[in-house]
Unconditional design. Structure first.
Length: 304
C-alpha cells in the first residue's frame, strides 16, 4: 500500500513538473509570436487618386482603336482599388487604419460626379471594418468610377485639370496623413495646363503643352542637356512632400516628336524631386494597356 502511494506521488510530481514546463514554453512561444506579429506589422495606407478629366478622355477627339484612354484609366483605377483591397485582406482587422479616395481639380460642375466621388472616400478602422466591406471595395470603385467617366464624357464640358494648383493648395491637406504610407496616383497624359494657374517665372512654367515643348525646341536627342542648360522645368508648387509618394500613370505624348514622352517624364521627375516627394521618384508610366500596368501597380502598393 505504501509503495502505491509513493508511486502515485512521484507520478503526480512528474506530471506537474511537465505541465509547468509546457505552460512556460507555450507562454514563450506566444510572446515570440506577438513580437513577430508586431515586427511584421503592415503600414497603414492612405491612397489618393487624382483624375485628369480634361479632353484627353474624349473618345472622339482622342480616339484610340486599341482601347479608349478613359477605359485605360478605369483599368488603372481597378488595379489600384484591388491593391488596396488586398492590402486590407492581408492584415488583422485590429490593425486597420487605412483610407482611399478620389479627387479632381477643379471640382467638376456636375453634382452627380461629386456625389460619386464622395461615395469613393472610404476609411477602414478596427471599429468599422468587416470582411464583407473589404470584399466590396474594388467592385464599388469599378462601378462608381465607370459612371464618373460616362458622365464627364456625356457632359462634354471638359474643364481641364489644374494639377499644378492641386499641388500648391491641396495636396498637403488632402493626401497626407501622419503615421501612414501616403501614395498619390495621378491619372493624366502628362501635359499640365489650366487657365487658373498659367504663368511663367524665368525659364520655368506652371504648364506644359505640345506647343510649349515645340517652342523650346525640345525635339532632339539632347533634350536633357537643353533642359539642364536652360533650367527648363515646372515652377515648384510645394516643398514639404517628404511624406508623400507620387505615381504618375497614363503618359500619352503627341505624335510627331520621338522625344516628347521623354521630355514630359523629365519635367515630372525634376518637379517631384524639387518638391521633395518621398524617394525614390518613380518614372511616369505610359498609357499602356491596363493588363500590362496592373502588376506594376500591385507590386508598388505591396512593396512594404
Amino acid at each position: 500500500m505504501k509503495i502505491k502511494i509513493i508511486g502515485l506521488c512521484v507520478f503526480t510530481a512528474v506530471f506537474l513538473s511537465v505541465g509547468c514546463s509546457f505552460d512556460d514554453d507555450q507562454k514563450a512561444t506566444s510572446e515570440g509570436d506577438s513580437m513577430k506579429s508586431s515586427s511584421s506589422r503592415k503600414d497603414n495606407l492612405n491612397i489618393s487618386i487624382l483624375l485628369d478629366l480634361s479632353d484627353r478622355i474624349d473618345p472622339v477627339k482622342n480616339a484610340n482603336p486599341g482601347m479608349e484612354f478613359y477605359k485605360r484609366d478605369l483599368g488603372y483605377i481597378t488595379s489600384i482599388s484591388k491593391g488596396f483591397e488586398n492590402h486590407l485582406r492581408s492584415k488583422p482587422i485590429r490593425q486597420d487604419n487605412d483610407h482611399i479616395q478620389i479627387y479632381f481639380e477643379p471640382e467638376p460642375l456636375s453634382p452627380e460626379i461629386n456625389n460619386l466621388a464622395k461615395e469613393l472616400k472610404l476609411s477602414f478602422t478596427k471599429d468599422n471594418t468587416t470582411k464583407d466591406a473589404i470584399l466590396k471595395i474594388s467592385q464599388q470603385y469599378i462601378s462608381a468610377s465607370n459612371e464618373i467617366y460616362k458622365l464627364a464624357i456625356k457632359d462634354s464640358k471638359f474643364i481641364g485639370s489644374d494639377i499644378w494648383g492641386f499641388f500648391k493648395d491641396k495636396v498637403n491637406d488632402y493626401c497626407i496623413k501622419p503615421k501612414h504610407r501616403n501614395i498619390l496616383f495621378i491619372l493624366t497624359d502628362g501635359y499640365i495646363f489650366h487657365n487658373n494657374s498659367k504663368f511663367t517665372e524665368g525659364a520655368r512654367s506652371s504648364y506644359l503643352t505640345p506647343e510649349f515643348i515645340r517652342a523650346l525646341n525640345l525635339n532632339t536627342s539632347n533634350y536633357k542637356e537643353v533642359i539642364r542648360k536652360n533650367d527648363y522645368g515646372f515652377v515648384k508648387a510645394n516643398d514639404s512632400l517628404s511624406n508623400l509618394e507620387v505615381v504618375v500613370i497614363g503618359i500619352n505624348p503627341l505624335k510627331g516628336n520621338p522625344f516628347e514622352g521623354d521630355v514630359i517624364s523629365e519635367y515630372w521627375i525634376k518637379w517631384l524631386k524639387e518638391m521633395k516627394v518621398k524617394n525614390p521618384v518613380m518614372k511616369p508610366i505610359p498609357a499602356d494597356l491596363p493588363s500590362n500596368v496592373e502588376m506594376i501597380i500591385q507590386n508598388y502598393i505591396h512593396r512594404h
